[in-house]
Ligand binder design. Structure first.
Ligand code: N01
Length: 537
């Protein structure tokens, strides 16, 4: 280990993905703070540095999956497709870092392991795995919502003689599946992107499915240059629209009830959304789809039929048909030939509910009925979402209290950006904010702008600390739960409620109140002198 490096700065930013890069820029170049960013990866990019699995690309349209704070960059940057692929997004983020001269303040290959609030000094003392000890007034978490991977503890996993990978830590050189027998565990958004690509190369692909997913075609491709030009000319409107929308997209729910729409009209509407591709079916659907099971069933049935029409073997189609939870309550994956892939002769589907995985053996995966021999095993098993990335850092607030202890029964946070007992800690897209229920760059920019405003206010008024009050935090936490509970969303065993992680408390973590209304609330709180926060000199 390198010898301890002691230093002081105004702010430490943890992470150098979409959020960390913008936070570093905003705090350094707008407020003039001295800022250091630490990034665990060997390069910047966060999610887009680590998730290099085949087929990895954004599920948001490229024209809004980007920063909007730099209007010139919006005009200059050309995305090659409707949904940018991982290497292209990584190029974009590297370009932004160069353009804004961010690299000089980012330390790569360095994981923040501890952060302790020094009550007397009114500052955070941050330690890294490389021996750095940095004292900073402000601690800004840009650790991402989906950066702590979930590696289920299968019996015998260490005995496997083939190679195994997690989609969230994909090797930089890629993986050659040619002539290999490949197994994929998991059928979430990552797997849905990866499976069709792997199936094209592999000799044989076995997919181990625990929950069938509602997938809708992405309909990726080149965007008509005329449309690109028109959007560039219209960015001011688009930015306003996505910032004030419900989910950070140019989609709005249909305010009618699906149950009241005549069957031929709703078929036409469903087909239109299906043909549009992307998140239209999820986020521009009839509003009651999210509120009543009866309405939801109508939407789900349309998707069930699509699976039956696509998958030739009725038994496989049945296995791939989601059941037991309402449509849209788990993150909807976008697919390119996902269901079609199961018509290929080299692809096999195993339902691990019917035939559970008993162990991983030196030769492959043994279920209750047989051993599946594999050369390569891919874990597409997701993440310990939202709280996971924060809890794995030993963050100690007032009285030495660990954040992970405070959150033992689920996250408590004010606006998803601040935590009572943890002064001057800001959590970008933390639990309790729209975060993963939105187009991430929109929510990231909103949080960074708000945090910048808050710190600017503190400095102008000579406040040393800002801290959420316990009352405001409890009210917000209850509000987050109340909004979620008015919908069907918490009823599914999703990672939104932590159901994918054994022992994790079942709490619906993101805020469902909508990106636009949430932004307005945050702005009002700031305008009212940071209502719900205690500011102290
Ligand atoms: O992870 P997931 P992901 N035994 O948790 C299964 C974002 N994303 O990496 O559903 C057997 O969705 C698990 O089963 P179940 C996006 O927000 C974004 O795919 O828990 N199976 C599930 O099928 C997404 O939602 C993009 O029953 C087990 C799968 O593994 C999020 O990342 C692209 C298991 C995990 O699916 C996470 O997606 C891709 C076990 N023990 C992803 N444990 C973009 O748009 C878990 N599973 C940028």
């Amino acid at each position: 280990m390198a010898s301890a490096q002691q230093s002081t700065c105004d702010a430490v930013v943890v992470g150098a993905g979409f959020a960390g890069l913008y936070a570093l820029h905003s705090l350094r170049d707008r407020l003039g703070l001295s800022v250091r960013a630490f990034e665990a990866g060997g390069g910047l990019g966060g999610t887009w540095y680590f998730n290099r699995y085949p087929g990895a690309r954004s599920d948001s349209d490229s024209y809004i999956y980007c920063y909007t704070f730099d209007r010139k960059l919006l005009q200059e940057w050309e995305w090659s497709e409707r949904y940018p692929e991982q290497p292209e997004i990584l190029r974009y983020l590297n370009h932004v870092a160069d353009r804004l001269d961010l690299r000089r303040d980012i330390q790569l290959d360095t994981r923040v392991t501890e952060a302790t609030f020094d009550e007397a000094g009114k500052a955070w003392v941050i330690r890294t795995d490389k021996g750095d000890v940095v004292t900073a007034r402000y601690l800004v978490s840009a650790v991402g919502c989906l950066s702590s991977s979930n590696q289920p503890a299968f019996k015998g996993a260490e005995t496997f003689l083939g190679r195994s990978y997690h989609t969230g830590h994909w090797p930089h050189g890629g993986v050659d599946f040619t002539a290999r027998r490949v197994g994929v565990i998991g059928t979430g958004a990552s797997a849905v992107q990866a499976i069709p690509v792997i199936a094209q190369q592999a000799k044989h692909l076995t997919v181990f499915q625990r929950t069938a997913n509602y997938c809708v075609p992405a309909r990726n491709g080149k965007v008509d240059p005329e449309k690109v030009r028109a959007r560039k000319a219209d960015y001011e409107r688009i930015i306003e629209a996505i910032r004030n929308s419900y989910f950070g997209f140019e989609y709005d729910f249909i305010m009618q009830s699906v149950l009241e729409a005549p069957p031929e009209e709703r078929e036409r509407v469903f087909t239109e959304m299906w043909d549009t591709g992307g998140f239209a079916f999820w986020l521009a659907n009839y509003q009651d789809m999210l509120f009543t099971r009866e309405a939801n069933d109508v939407c789900a049935e349309f998707l069930h039929n699509k699976i039956r029409e696509t998958v030739k073997d009725p038994a496989v189609a049945r296995m791939l048909t989601p059941a037991g939870y309402p449509y849209g309550t788990k993150r909807q994956p976008l697919d390119t030939n996902y269901f079609e892939t199961f018509n290929k002769p080299n692809v096999e589907l195993v339902d691990v509910n019917e035939t559970p995985i008993e162990e991983i053996t030196p030769r492959g995966v043994r279920t209750s009925t047989r051993e599946h021999e594999l050369d390569i095993l891919v874990f597409a098993t997701g993440f310990d979402a939202l709280t996971g990335p924060l809890n794995r850092i030993a963050i100690r607030g007032r009285g030495g209290r660990l954040l992970s202890d405070k959150w033992r029964d689920g996250p408590h946070s004010y606006l998803g950006v601040a935590v009572a007992g943890f002064p001057n800690l800001f959590t970008i897209t933390g639990p309790g904010s729209p975060s993963v229920l939105s187009n991430m760059p929109v929510s990231i920019e909103q949080h960074v702008d708000w945090i910048t405003g808050c710190i600017g206010h503190m400095r102008r008024n000579r406040f040393a600390t800002v801290e959420a009050t316990g009352d405001a935090e409890e009210r917000w936490t209850e509000h987050v739960a109340e909004v979620a509970n008015s919908t069907l969303m918490p009823t599914a065993n999703s990672w939104y409620v932590g159901a994918n992680i054994p022992g994790k408390p079942r709490v619906f973590m993101p805020y469902l109140g909508g990106v636009g209304p949430y932004r307005q609330k945050c702005n009002e709180i700031a305008a009212n002198g940071y209502e719900g926060f205690a500011l102290a000199p």
